[in-house]
Design a protein around this ligand. Structure first.
Ligand SMILES: [Zn+2]
Length: 402
């Protein structure tokens, strides 16, 4: 992208295609979900496979058993949105691979989720299995499942895989923003392993055997293909969107990968973040960095605030997220797509109409308007993911039985 045009002209010019914040805000104000959508959201199990509450609370604690001022998740909003089972992200920043301490941080974040349940047992319960999610559905409790984002805490030891399984972790995102001892990262141009490391290959087999889902969000394309080829069970992308809408962004999945994922029986859980779903938002960060460089200042929080004032962030809309779901359905069918919002993980970049965990009825409303049946919507909200999780559980049970 050329930078001799002012960023604002670039961003809001392209908004003629349907992305500018002010237009979209007006549209959403008039778009309350239909009663049928509200009902369906309440009557259907909703699993969102990536919500960054643990790290959010670690950095900036609030009481999420009550309505909160900040963030995108709390109990009242989860109830309003019909959310039943969020996967709480046990997120370990990539720097821990170098500094150490990932094992400790992971345990600390898991402790914090257990403490939440202990403090409000009428509102939250841990969920360690598909059965837990199903049994707790219909109660007033939000089931908290755990996924580990970044395999750094495994620290090259299979006994740590057992430890974190025992603590309730049910998926591991093999790497995060930098290549680690397990797998290369899509964001990291150093390709240490050209895919999975020798230990990473061992780990994939061990994860199958123990019943830990393999999450290929964040990894490089080579690591994805190697994981899919090695895994005896379907894999998940816990929070990824589609590269056809964000050309060149390896963090998202391209059509060939979607086909390979479907063949494997896996599921892509669509990330809602604007920078994951539109090219304009995807390139906003690069424009800001370039502007900071041009001005000779640091690209820090203060600069970001200033930059945003002059160049309104090009928020995506609910419709864009629906387009991603449609694309998967058209390409490979209804059985391979779900939702992994990345709430509490993508800052102020969420699409208009999908701002927090109270928003799932809007998504359901959009799906109904696009002609999806209640059966199809149930697959997207949880059915497809539960199918994969159940297959992973069954494979491990068979393995344990010898
Ligand atoms: Zn992530």
């Amino acid at each position: 992208m050329k930078l001799n045009i002012s960023p604002i002209a670039l961003l809001c010019g392209a908004a003629l295609l349907g992305g500018c914040a002010s237009t979209a805000d007006n549209a959403s104000a008039n778009n309350q979900p239909a009663v049928s959508a509200l009902q369906l959201a309440q009557q259907t199990i909703i699993i969102d496979t990536h919500i960054d509450v643990p790290y959010r609370l670690h950095k900036d604690w609030e009481d999420v058993t009550q309505a909160t001022q900040r963030g995108e998740f709390d109990y009242p909003r989860a109830q309003a949105g019909g959310l039943n089972a969020p996967f709480m992200s046990i997120y370990i920043p990539a720097s821990y691979e170098r500094s150490g301490g990932g094992y400790q941080l992971a345990n600390q974040l898991i402790d914090s989720m257990e403490a939440l349940v202990a403090r409000a047992p009428d509102k939250f319960a841990m969920a360690y299995s598909t059965q837990d999610v199903i049994e707790q559905f219909g109660s007033a409790k939000v089931s908290l499942a755990l996924g580990m984002e970044n395999g750094t805490p495994i620290a090259g030891k299979l006994e740590n895989l057992q430890h974190f399984y025992d603590r309730g972790i049910r998926y591991i995102t093999l790497s995060h923003s930098e290549s680690n001892h397990i797998a290369d990262s899509s964001y990291d141009l150093r390709r240490r392993w050209n895919g999975l490391s020798p230990f990473g290959k061992e780990l994939v087999v061990a994860m199958n055997n123990i019943g830990m889902m393999i999450d290929i969000s964040h990894v490089s394309d080579d690591a994805f293909y190697q994981a899919v080829a090695l895994s005896k069970v379907p894999v998940i992308a816990s929070h990824s969107s589609l590269r056809s809408y964000t050309p060149g962004f390896e963090r998202n999945m391209d059509d060939d990968m979607l086909k390979a994922l479907a063949k494997n029986g896996g599921v892509v859980q669509i990330n809602f973040g604007s920078s994951f779903v539109t090219q304009m938002a995807n390139q906003y960060g690069a424009l800001r960095k370039a502007a900071a460089k041009q001005a000779g200042v640091a690209d820090d929080a203060a600069f970001e605030l200033e930059f945003r004032k002059k160049n309104p962030y090009p928020f995506a809309t609910l419709d864009t997220v629906l387009d991603h779901i449609d694309h998967v359905v058209k390409l490979v069918g209804i059985d391979y797509v779900g939702i992994g919002s990345d709430y509490d993980g993508v800052g102020d970049s969420l699409p208009v109409g999908l701002k927090d965990v109270a928003s799932y009825p809007n998504l359901v409303d959009g799906l109904l308007k696009r002609g999806y049946s209640a059966v199809d919507i149930e697959k997207i909200l949880s059915g497809n993911f539960l199918r994969v999780w159940r297959e992973v559980e069954q494979y491990a049970a068979k393995h344990a039985a010898g």
